[in-house]
Design a protein around this ligand. Structure first.
Ligand code: ARG
Length: 282
């Protein structure tokens, strides 16, 4: 009887050991599959085979990217889109645009939802992604109401105030740290911050200079303050998945060409001009 029990026990142990082994094996396989998914790169060859370059953007940021009525059709236009078309052309494929909240772009790139992000993205070593050479270099502006031009002349003058910035941007961090006791209001869509400012709900917005300038053309009641924020984060770059040097090399060659032959200048000029007509005049 004892012998039988011991035998049974052995058997049970053996079976559970085998089960463990199987479990381990399968979880290893899962891990491998997951890793593969995460590190799978949209290589240049894959993009060419698929016939399209998938570009992620956040079309609320003129002149980089914004919505415009083109022949009765709501269309995403702007400098980054034109640059995206040039990159797609270089690869011999179509450009496919995905529009989403700015703060979701780099995580979606990491998940492989698109091949590149072009959204006026400022280089920061803390951000995910492989950054291209800069295609546009300019600092920040502090946008205020024109009537406050003499009140807010230094960063310290905004102490105790609420300052707006788009969620997930480098400006959100800057705004929060620009002076003592500044409360930063972070909103997902940039134009909503302009509405808040015009309605006296916030005192200022920190934003990329060229975007602030763009808003001035249609809003007399807004102005760029004299406040200078020194932060060194000024380079706007295209972003690819980490490790995708092959694709960034193509992007960099398009950028080098566009900067050298002046075509980027005229594309930016065109994007600025078009954006003026699109701005709500209220
Ligand atoms: N340059 C800033 C950053 O990278 C803001 C970019 C916002 N872009 C946009 N398309 N809304 O943090």
């Amino acid at each position: 009887m004892k012998k039988l029990l011991a035998l049974l026990l052995c058997l049970v142990m053996l079976i559970s050991f085998a089960a463990c082994a199987v479990e381990e094996g399968s979880s290893d396989e899962n891990d491998d599959a997951q890793n593969e998914e995460q590190t799978e790169l949209s290589s240049v060859e894959q993009i060419k085979q698929s016939g399209k370059l998938r570009l992620g953007t956040s079309a609320d940021y003129p002149p980089f990217e914004y919505h415009m009525d083109v022949d009765g059709q709501d269309t995403i236009v702007g400098f980054d889109i034109e640059m995206g078309k040039l990159i797609a052309e270089e690869l011999g494929v179509e450009l496919e645009i995905t529009d989403m909240a700015f703060d979701a772009l780099l995580i979606s790139l990491q998940q492989g939802k698109f091949d590149l992000v072009a959204a006026g993205v400022t280089y920061s070593p803390e951000r995910y992604g492989l950054f291209s050479d800069p295609y546009y270099v300019e600092g920040q502006a502090v946008l205020i109401r024109t009537e406050d031009l003499d009140t807010y002349t230094t960063a310290e003058s905004l102490s105790g105030c609420t300052v707006g910035a788009q969620k997930g941007t480098v400006q959100a961090e800057l705004a929060a740290n620009m002076a003592q006791d500044v409360t930063c209001l972070e909103l997902v869509k940039f134009p909503d911050l302009v509405t808040e400012l015009k309605q006296d709900k916030i005192e200022a917005i920190v934003v990329d200079y060229v975007v602030a300038e763009d808003y001035l053309t249609a809003h007399d009641d807004l102005a760029i303050s004299d406040i200078v924020l020194e932060d060194g984060q000024v380079n706007k770059c295209v972003v690819a998945q980490e490790g995708n040097q092959e694709l960034i090399d193509v992007v960099n060659s398009v950028i080098a060409q566009g900067l050298a032959d002046g075509s980027f200048d005229s594309l930016m000029q065109q994007a600025k001009e078009n954006a003026q007509y699109e701005k709500p005049k209220s």
